[in-house]
Design a protein around this ligand. Structure first.
Ligand code: ZN
Length: 165
């Protein structure tokens, strides 16, 4: 079938997926909430986007994505030691806790994970929580459609119930 829709740039692809780490732990899944993305616009991680090219509706595939094509390797520069007194007293600090912080100078929000708690200091990790991880996806493609002009202009897919932006 030559007119069969296949995953390529400019297509809006629906994706059902299960995401596991090396140890088999499931860390994310679409669970009936199908993900729609515009292919070729960097809306999903590069290693997965590349692996889906050419798939048709109904296809399933197992895709292993190395950290370098997912959320990157762990950047050893992306750690910072801050005084424990920087945090409110009523915040229970715990290693592995993910924090949403705001830059005091620029007021930009950013995320960090507590890497280590010391007596008077806390080491923050600014890497993505999945940095350094090899990702194992099981994907199924329930639908593919041509993107609208508007979606192409915006560089992302618009869901049926999306407000325009
Ligand atoms: Zn838009």
């Amino acid at each position: 079938m030559s007119d069969e829709l296949r995953v390529k740039d400019g297509m809006v692809v629906s994706l059902e997926y299960v995401l596991r780490l090396d140890d088999g732990e499931i860390i994310d899944a679409s669970e009936g909430d199908v993900l729609e993305y515009l292919h070729g616009y960097g809306q999903i991680i590069p290693g997965l986007e590349k692996a889906l090219v050419g798939l048709a509706v109904g296809d399933s595939k197992k895709v292993t994505v190395p950290a370098s094509e997912a959320y990157g390797e762990v950047d050893m520069e992306a750690f910072e030691i801050v005084p424990r007194s920087m945090f409110p007293d009523d915040l229970e600090l715990e290693e592995g806790l993910e924090l949403s912080l705001r830059d005091v100078e620029t007021d930009e929000p950013f995320d960090a994970t507590i890497a280590e708690i010391r007596e008077t200091e806390v080491m923050l990790d600014f890497n993505h929580p999945l940095a350094g991880e090899t990702l194992h996806f099981e994907v199924t493609i329930p639908a593919i459609r041509l993107a609208t002009e508007e979606e192409l202009a915006h560089g992302h897919a618009h869901g049926a119930d999306d407000h325009h932006h």
